[in-house]
Write a protein that binds this ligand. Structure first.
Ligand code: GDG
Length: 461
């Protein structure tokens, strides 16, 4: 029987029965039928990793993982993937640190992954590769003789040719993406930027979503990721009885909650958002003592310098705002660098009068969709959303802001706090319909259907 083989940098091996996972694991949950395989890095560093993956089986799914050496991890993950590719693909050329050695390490790890997976594959498997860590992986797997369909999905944005050209190995990266049968992007804009790059940098012929290069065709299309909205809405409704949610609700003593949830990442626009909150209190003193802003931002990628610096900036900004506006019995900004359990998160979204999602750039941003799904129909909160999140292409009834403009974010927060209930309900109903329509399930089905289209049809399209 044809199996689905998922490949991603990290492999979310279920820790225990019923454990709830986040991110990709949730989006792909329905695909993980018995017999499927998930392959990637174990998260462990060892001096001499085995080439053969170690296998763990859970609920009929095989999780196949390999270890990395500390040196490989440094060049592949810290150096090239997160020190060069991540900033580039988030339009932050000033933060891009390119070193040829890191790129060599990136290629070597992709090569090791391909060598480890190839013996585990069966000829009629379908391989679905995820994200910017693994761009050359498909080409390398092909070179080892695998003939089945290989698709790739980019979770982060893609950039226009004029920006990609700053990356010294841009042509190699675009050519590697062209080696897949199908590449999915979060928005049509990203897909178009990629096709432009293929045309301008490699001379590929572009016809609609189809890209022809060196006698073969591939397809680059938009397949926006979604969430399991139904399950998340139920979780949020149930979470009213969660101990932590109850404690937060009680501590609000009738004040309105502004909630933000983001990995601590410079792409998420956190300093600008903190400043916006300060501006709101400055410009609209009537809100003082009547609101709390809770920002949950679990630490991430602390091996990379910029992330450590961001932590210091946020500590300083939060201190400044609270120092300026706090009263003995009211602290306006609460900020936690620890992760919250998923149920607690769902309950906190539902408590929120405003969800602030203001990344400077984001592939999609699932927090925006989770916030919408978590709201009650009777008293829904308002979503303030960056125009540079992929989600803004769909969620047009949110209050859309320019995340580089703290004044504009502050104005949107004020508008949300004073919005009549009728308008809140109207906007929410429209957003909810979209979030419940473009689900994780639809995202997976669209991708796998496109990947399964027979080559002849693909060629003719
Ligand atoms: C990448 C792209 C794209 C966050 N804090 C906690 C927590 N989370 C969960 C959220 C959400 C997920 O993590 C974050 O997803 P985002 O989409 O917001 O952002 P990235 O991590 O940057 O993800 C992004 C995504 O891939 C999917 O394609 O949308 O553009 O950058 O689900 O709820 N979960 C828990 N505790 C936390 O404290 N349990």
């Amino acid at each position: 029987m044809a199996r689905l083989v998922i490949v991603s940098n990290r492999v979310p091996i279920p820790k225990s029965r019923g454990a709830t996972a986040g991110g990709l694991a949730v989006a792909l949950r329905d695909l993980l039928t018995p017999g499927s395989v998930w392959f990637g890095w174990s998260g462990r560093l060892t001096a001499e990793p085995a080439v053969q993956p170690s296998l763990v089986e859970a609920r009929g799914v095989t999780y196949a993982t390999v270890d990395l050496t500390p040196e490989a991890h440094r060049s592949f993950y810290v150096g090239f993937a997160n020190g060069a590719l991540w900033p580039l693909l988030h339009f932050r050329l000033g933060l891009m640190h390119f070193h040829r050695d890191d790129y060599e390490g990136y290629l070597a790890v992709n090569q090791t992954f391909a060598a480890s997976l190839e013996p585990v594959l069966q000829p009629d498997d379908t391989v679905w590769v995820h994200d910017y860590h693994l761009i050359p992986f498909g080409r390398m797997l092909r070179a080892r003789g695998f003939h089945g369909p290989i698709g790739f999905f980019l979770h982060v944005p893609f950039v226009p040719p004029s920006m990609l050209e700053a990356m010294p190995v841009a042509r190699e990266l675009v050519a590697d993406l062209c080696a897949y049968d199908l590449v999915g992007f979060q928005t049509e804009e990203h897909a178009r930027d990629f096709r432009d790059c293929a045309h301008r940098m490699l001379g590929a012929v572009v016809d609609g979503e189809w890209v022809r290069l060196n006698g073969r065709r591939m397809r680059a299309f938009a397949d926006p990721i979604g969430i399991d909205a139904e399950a998340f809405a139920q979780e949020a409704a149930r979470a009213a009885s969660d101990k932590l949610v109850r404690r937060v609700a009680e501590s609000m003593v009738g004040r309105a909650l502004i909630i933000g949830v983001d990995r601590m990442d410079y792409s998420k626009g956190l300093p600008q958002r903190f400043e916006a909150f300060g501006q709101l209190l400055e410009k609209h003193p009537e809100h003082r003592r009547k609101i709390h802003y809770l920002q949950i931002c679990p630490r991430s990628r602390e091996e990379v310098d910029e992330y450590r610096r961001l932590r210091i900036d946020l500590d300083r900004l939060a201190g400044r705002i609270n120092g300026k506006f706090s009263e003995f019995d009211w602290t306006p900004l609460r900020y936690s660098a620890r992760a919250a359990p998923r149920t607690t998160l769902a309950g906190l979204y539902r408590l929120g009068r405003i969800g602030v999602v203001t990344p400077l750039r984001d592939g999609m941003n699932l927090v925006a969709k989770e916030f919408v799904a978590a709201q009650s129909d009777e008293d829904p909160g308002v979503l303030v959303l960056s125009r540079f999140a992929g989600a803004a292409h769909e969620l047009t009834e949110a209050l859309i802001v320019n995340p580089f403009d703290p004044d504009a974010i502050a104005d949107a927060m004020h508008l949300a706090l004073t919005m009549p209930i009728g308008e809140r309900k109207e906007r929410h109903a429209a957003l909810k319909a979209k979030v419940f329509r473009t689900t994780a399930q639809l995202y997976c089905r669209r991708f796998l259907d496109a990947l399964a289209a027979p080559p002849l049809v693909r060629a003719a399209a």
